[in-house]
Design a protein. Structure first.
Length: 239
């Protein structure tokens, strides 16, 4: 599959995106810690290589959250994959949490591109990948890396937005963060928003804070045209 560093911008505008805000402190457990609670150890023993993440929250944000992370698996195209499932705690016992209309512990898929051995589940390079294949993920991740890793790539991309778009305060904030190298790729998804005429791929961009807290602010909307990546526009986060 061919892909391009600089995409032609077809339609630009502010489109809603999603933000994940957290005031929590998170810690991973792998079973090798000096102290680990029996109930967490039991979950780790469900499968060799499991990891459990505990996120403790401020008193006003609710109780602690527990998530189960499966052992890393190398898929196609040098893409490492991990599944994340929410745990429900009843007394001293854990079970897979059930969302309304979903199977218990319905997983969230995390991916990262790596030519080396897949790292442990606490590696921050694992990002959410929703409704995308390993091949699409690898291509989008390379596209973002090439776009953001050089001054020429950043300038070339931003220059293709119209003057009307570039004059908006939202875009100027995006432009400043992009030029300063402050943005990281936080998630990749196939967005099927019913308000849009066709689906598109969304690259969620944001700044990583300690303890897996995410304040994401923008997204790039992209799609494939004649086997090449094309940027359709950008989105702003709606809080």
């Amino acid at each position: 599959m061919r892909w391009i560093l600089l995409a032609v911008l077809l339609a630009v505008g502010a489109a809603p995106a999603r933000a994940q805000l957290s005031s929590s402190y998170c810690r991973f457990y792998f079973g090798e810690e000096e102290y680990i609670s029996p109930e967490v150890l039991e979950v780790l023993n469900w499968r060799q290589g499991n990891a459990v993440r505990l996120c403790t929250r401020s008193s006003w944000t609710g109780p602690a959250d527990y998530d189960l992370f499966s052992p890393p698996v190398r898929g196609a195209f040098d893409v490492c994959q991990v599944t994340q499932r929410q745990l429900s705690k009843d007394g001293e016992t854990f079970s897979l949490a059930r969302s309304e209309g979903a199977y218990p512990g319905e997983p969230k898929l995390l991916m990262m591109a790596s030519a080396e051995d897949c790292p442990r589940q606490d590696d921050r390079r694992y990002i959410a990948a929703t409704d995308v294949s390993a091949g699409v993920f690898a291509t989008l991740a390379r596209f973002w890396k090439e776009m953001s890793s050089s001054e020429e790539g950043r300038e070339a991309l931003l220059a293709n937005f119209s003057s009307a778009v570039r004059s908006s305060s939202e875009f100027q904030e995006l432009e400043s963060a992009f030029k300063n190298g402050e943005l990281e790729l936080m998630a990749v998804s196939l967005d099927t928003n019913v308000q849009e005429t066709t689906p598109y791929y969304e690259l969620t961009l944001g700044k990583e804070f300690p303890s897996w807290s995410l304040l994401a602010s923008w997204s790039l909307l992209v799609d494939f045209v004649d086997d090449e990546l094309v940027v359709l526009g950008y989105g702003t986060i709606v809080y």
